[in-house]
Design a protein around this ligand. Structure first.
Ligand code: NAD
Length: 434
């Protein structure tokens, strides 16, 4: 094909049904729009529209009652132009191949816009991990890892935690992979591990810290400051609870937070260290003193300075976008604001810091963990946080400049910066000679 080839939509007829997942279609729409914006070679875009490799595995697990249950597991390796594949592993009952492919596409664009030497991937198992005992979860993790072992490795594909998985899960993955390599310990095969076995300082809070670095920059672009500003945060898991803490420590008024069971509100600001202690002991936000209960929907439409959706995808769509009153949205979760809702909000003058930059802190510090494992030399936490700030701020600033130059929203600009880097790399590698 020559460079004047039109954008090829024939994949729509031939692409498999699983790619009709809303998350994948949303990523694909973002890609199309950014391609037009940056005038990317259509040959490149046609390649970027489909995952390079989709692996489906059946994972038999011996349960505590001695029966065997078989779960479906996936690993989608989306693109490896910039380096080894990299992306998390999700355990959730809604996981399917289409969702994993959509998340793998987002990882490709995220790693590119952040300037990391990685391609994009994602993995998952269709299971509700809350229904597994610790032994069952370990059995599941070990068998899933064995099934995908020949596709992963420190220089091939490096998994990490995502929803439903954690540092312990990564420890089991690393151990299983190492056994498959003759018993030689391979810490670089996964990131997000416990510190004692090659994990890094700063990883646990990294995504929340990155969200707050980006929130600070978003305020600065509006000539305002995070200190004293009112913030609402949806989700009080890893990302949301750390973002709340770092915002509180910087003098922001975190007026509302929520989790799957609903939210709490205090117009004078919640005391986040006390709330984290309450949540730790009670396992619920409910019953926290000096706060009234609100719903997740009420939280999204509070008249606050900034809204940080840090739970689920698709919570703000084109139908409810007009109810948003915040002037800044920072996407801690993956895909909480749809591409079409972004257009409505941009028209309304709402500034959106998109997920592929805003929640990039996790993969940036994962990158540091991988580098430290390869060097077998470990860094101080201040050093890690400083490097995190430098990388994430650089990505934000180049995106902001593109958004200003092209007069577009930050999501389109971030996708534009990401695919421009991918285009340059593909052409340099000679993958698409003109
Ligand atoms: P988590 O499982 O630790 O927390 C999820 C939170 O969302 C919990 O508080 C849960 O109660 C809440 N939640 C679940 N369903 C909800 C609902 N219907 N309404 C409101 N809240 C609900 O997960 P996490 O690691 O904090 O990840 C959250 C999001 O951030 C996901 O989209 C994930 O892909 C993304 N993300 C996470 C990281 C990371 O390092 N953890 C990095 C990048 C992106």
């Amino acid at each position: 094909m020559n460079p004047t080839t039109a954008y090829d939509n024939s994949y729509k007829q031939s692409h498999p049904d699983f790619l009709n997942h809303p998350l994948f279609l949303n990523a694909s729409q973002g890609l199309d729009e950014a391609a037009q914006l940056m005038k990317i070679d259509p040959n490149i875009i046609n390649r970027l529209k489909l995952p390079r490799k989709c692996i489906s595995v059946a994972v038999p697990v011996r349960m505590d009652d001695h029966t065997v249950k078989v779960y479906m597991g996936y690993r989608v390796q989306y693109n490896a132009t910039l380096g080894p594949y990299k992306g998390g592993v999700r355990y959730h009952q809604n996981v399917d191949l289409g969702e994993v492919a959509g998340l793998a596409a987002l990882m490709t664009f995220k790693n590119s816009v952040l300037g990391l030497p990685y391609g994009g991937a994602k993995g998952g198992v269709t299971v509700d991990p809350r229904k597994l005992s610790r032994t069952e979860k370990q059995n599941l993790t070990r068998r899933y890892t064995s099934e995908i072992a020949s596709f992963i490795g420190p220089s091939k594909d490096i998994p990490a935690p995502d929803v439903g998985t954690d540092a312990q899960t990564m420890a089991w993955m690393m151990d299983t992979y190492s056994q498959e390599q003759g018993g030689f310990t391979q810490p670089g095969v996964v990131t997000g591990k416990p510190i004692e076995i090659g994990g890094t300082l700063g990883r646990v809070g990294a995504t929340g810290l990155g969200v707050i670095y980006i929130t600070e920059r978003a305020f600065e672009t509006q000539g305002r400051h995070l200190k004293g500003a009112s913030i609402a945060i949806q989700g009080f898991g890893n990302v949301g609870s750390h973002a709340a803490l770092f915002a509180f420590e910087r003098g922001a008024k975190v007026v509302a937070v929520s989790d799957v069971d609903g939210g709490i509100f205090n117009g004078d600001g919640l005391n986040i260290p006390q709330l984290r202690a309450h949540f730790e002991s009670q396992k619920t936000l409910r019953g926290f003193p000096h706060a009234k209960e609100i719903t997740n929907t009420e939280l999204l439409f509070l008249p606050v300075d900034a809204l940080l959706p840090c739970a689920l995808e698709g919570v703000i769509d084109e139908k409810n976008a007009k109810n948003v009153k915040a002037k800044i949205i920072v996407e801690g979760a993956n895909g909480p604001v749809t591409v079409n809702a972004t257009k409505v909000l941009h028209q309304m003058g709402v500034f959106i810091a998109p997920d592929i930059i805003a929640n990039g802190g996790g993969v940036i510090v994962s990158y540091f963990e991988w580098v430290q494992d390869i060097m077998s030399f470990f860094w101080e936490e201040d050093d890690i946080n400083g490097k995190l700030k430098s990388i994430i701020t650089k990505a934000f600033d180049s995106t902001y400049k593109t958004a200003q130059d092209k007069k577009v929203d930050m999501r389109s600009a971030a996708m534009g910066v990401a695919i421009k880097r991918l285009e340059k790399a593909m052409l340099l590698r000679g993958l698409y000679p003109r």
